[in-house]
Write a protein that binds this ligand. Structure first.
Ligand SMILES: Cc1cc2nc3c(=O)[nH]c(=O)nc-3n(C[C@H](O)[C@H](O)[C@H](O)COP(=O)(O)OP(=O)(O)OC[C@H]3O[C@@H](n4cnc5c(N)ncnc54)[C@H](O)[C@@H]3O)c2cc1C
Ligand code: FES
Length: 367
């Protein structure tokens, strides 16, 4: 028995040392030299190998979506690598469908550039740009939610579809030595091409939200890239629009409401918004203003943490209870959901009970 334990110990020691040597060799000795990256058989550039494909593309000002900042946990940084990627890595498999594998789709934050590469990237992603900007104003919507108005200062204009998001960069700050990006939905009107507005909640020990809530001030310079995402209303439809959000999930919905107003979309629209207490009903005044100016729009807030003696006269419960109460069926309706993965999952379940099918449910998962 003792001998078995000693043998296992020796084997583990050897494999641990080998793994460490490989990591060090990869970091300090491996020299992949110059590698040529070709995109869509069209654009070509030469880079020094060794970095992840996501970072290599960023250095060339080509931005793929990356909500987790390259940690391999969001699955958004997919791109087609037709040559030069090597075998699929264990850190990628949970995000790749069978169809992805057949089409050589990979996670660009996990694949390192070690040789020439042939990539295929959708043209709309290649249009994402980096913007330099300044924070014009910050409003505290609640103790944990900030509203940022950011003015683009580098002479560019941003073109986006309401519902899309940008990636905000947090520079190094005390307690975080590295630059990091995270995704934030555009909350502003797409017709304002020189400014963007973001609604950002605080996540304890979160890298970018700590920067936004504890370090960022009015007048500070910031940079962001984008736009990204395929969460937007189907404009070739006449279906009733059901908007469902909790917390900062309000951000893309606000941008969509501006679109409905500015484009004169007269489809019946209902916004179910869930919050804990009345003070968490962020931008409620604006939502009531939309109700006054949009004849087919109604705002239905619901509160989950109000005591019995609270004077709140509106609905009480979770946003899923609103689906139960107000939606009779799914006939000629489309649902647009935004917020935490837990809310989205339970709302989808409720919508399906009402007869909604996958092709009329659209969502942006902030998780
Ligand atoms: C498409 C998209 C759009 C988004 N839009 C918005 C938006 O408009 N407004 C907004 O505030 N956020 C939005 N997010 C979420 C945002 O991108 C970040 O994930 C979030 O702000 C946390 O970033 P962080 O760097 O502070 O935390 P991280 O450093 O990434 O995370 C720190 C820890 O907190 C956990 N964590 C991360 N997020 C949460 C959370 N929400 N609640 C509890 N724990 C969490 C992580 O698992 C980790 O353990 C969006 C996400 C996506 C994918
Ligand atoms: S950037 Fe999130 S998985 Fe690659």
């Amino acid at each position: 028995m003792t001998q078995i334990i000693i043998t296992i110990g020796i084997m583990s020691g050897i494999s641990g040392t080998l793994a460490l040597m490989l990591t060090l060799a990869n970091q300090y000795i491996a020299n992949y030299g110059e590698c040529t990256i070709t995109i869509n058989k069209d654009k070509e550039f030469v880079v020094e190998g060794g970095s992840t494909l996501l970072n290599t593309l960023n250095e060339q000002e080509l931005f793929l979506p990356s909500a987790c900042g390259g940690k391999g946990t969001c699955g958004l940084c997919k791109c087609g690598i037709n040559e030069g990627a090597g075998p699929v890595l264990p850190t990628e498999t949970s995000f790749l469908t069978e169809e992805d594998m057949e089409n050589n789709i990979r996670l660009s934050c996990q694949v390192k550039v070690k040789s020439d590469m042939q990539l295929s990237i959708p043209e709309d992603l290649l249009n994402a740009k980096k913007y330099e900007a300044v924070v014009d104003s910050i409003k505290e919507l609640t103790d944990t939610i900030r509203f940022l108005r950011i003015r683009i200062t580098d002479g560019q204009e941003i073109d986006f579809i309401p519902g899309q998001y940008v990636q905000l960069l947090a520079p190094p700050y005390p307690g975080n030595p590295e630059e990091v990006f995270r995704a934030y939905s555009l909350a502003s009107s797409a017709s304002d091409k020189e400014n963007i507005e973001l609604i950002i909640g605080y996540v304890e020990e979160g890298l970018v939200t700590t920067y936004v809530h504890q370090f960022l001030d009015e007048g500070d310079e910031v940079s962001f890239n984008g736009p990204f995402g395929d969460f937007y209303i189907q404009t070739d439809s006449d279906a009733e629009i059901i908007l469902i959000a909790v917390g900062t999930g309000l951000a893309p919905i606000r941008s969509i409401l501006y679109q409905i107003k500015e484009e004169g979309i007269d489809r019946k629209t209902t916004f179910f918004f869930g919050a804990k207490t009345e003070k968490d009903l962020v931008l409620a005044d604006e939502m009531r203003e939309f109700e006054k100016t949009l004849p087919n729009f109604s705002y239905k807030p619901i509160l989950s943490r109000v005591s019995d003696d609270d004077p709140w006269e509106g609905d009480r419960g979770r946003v899923t209870d609103s689906i139960e109460k107000y939606l009779e069926d799914a006939e000629n309706k489309e649902a647009y959901l935004c917020g935490s993965p837990v809310m989205i999952e339970s709302a989808i379940e409720k919508l399906k009970e009402k007869g909604f099918t996958d092709d009329v449910i659209f969502y942006d998962d902030f998780g």
